[in-house]
Design a protein. Structure first.
Ligand code: ADP
Length: 175
């Protein structure tokens, strides 16, 4: 049985086996949650991202790579590249679902018991928040119908509106 917990604030302060980063294709860091993770995690994370880049040339939308967590309270960081919202007709929904699935599979492969997700694509990439939350929660719940090795998933919402949206979704599921 997996616990899904909705938290508020900065993802870098919550201990978990894996912290997911909303990265971009360059894997070289950026603003938002990406900036916070690299700042708090230290140089070891960027160092590994650069090695991955040298090997595979970055990471496309819908995919993710895994590195050390550096100084963060975690074993690994998964750098997930969500889709940039365009007009909804460019496969954005499928790509966001694929991004969450890829993170969950990588976490299982690395024997994670707990992991934290930020609200991927809902910042700079401008994915509509309600739709993103619905896709994220549907994907996570569907995944746990077949796989119970992860015990706790934190959904860490930095913004109050995302927090409210997830609280409402979780409440509906519990009814
Ligand atoms: P993207 O490019 O995927 O949209 P962003 O980092 O711009 O990535 O935003 C993704 C989400 O992460 C947004 O909801 C944003 O408010 C949130 N966010 C920003 N900083 C943090 C943080 N320190 N911890 C958790 N979430 C954060």
């Amino acid at each position: 049985m997996c616990n899904i917990i909705v938290l508020k604030g900065d993802i870098t302060v919550y201990p978990a086996d894996i912290i997911v980063n909303a990265a971009n294709s360059s894997l070289l860091g950026g603003g938002g949650v990406d900036g916070a993770i690299h700042r708090k995690g230290g140089a070891a994370i960027l160092d590994e991202c650069q090695k991955i880049r040298a090997r595979q040339g970055g990471c496309y939308a819908g995919n993710a790579v895994i590195t050390t967590a550096g100084l963060l309270p975690a074993k690994y960081v998964i750098h997930a590249v969500g889709p940039r919202w365009n007009d909804g007709t460019k496969g954005e929904a499928e790509l966001l679902q694929q991004t969450y699935q890829r993170c969950l599979h990588l976490a299982v492969e690395h024997n994670a018991r707990s992991m934290s997700f930020p609200n991927i694509s809902t910042g700079t990439y401008q994915f509509p928040k309600e739709l993103a939350a619905q896709i994220a929660s549907d994907t996570i719940f569907a995944f746990f119908e077949d796989n119970q090795s992860i015990e706790t998933i934190n959904i860490v919402c930095y913004e109050q509106d995302n927090y409210d949206i997830y609280q409402a979704i979780i409440k509906r599921r519990e009814i």
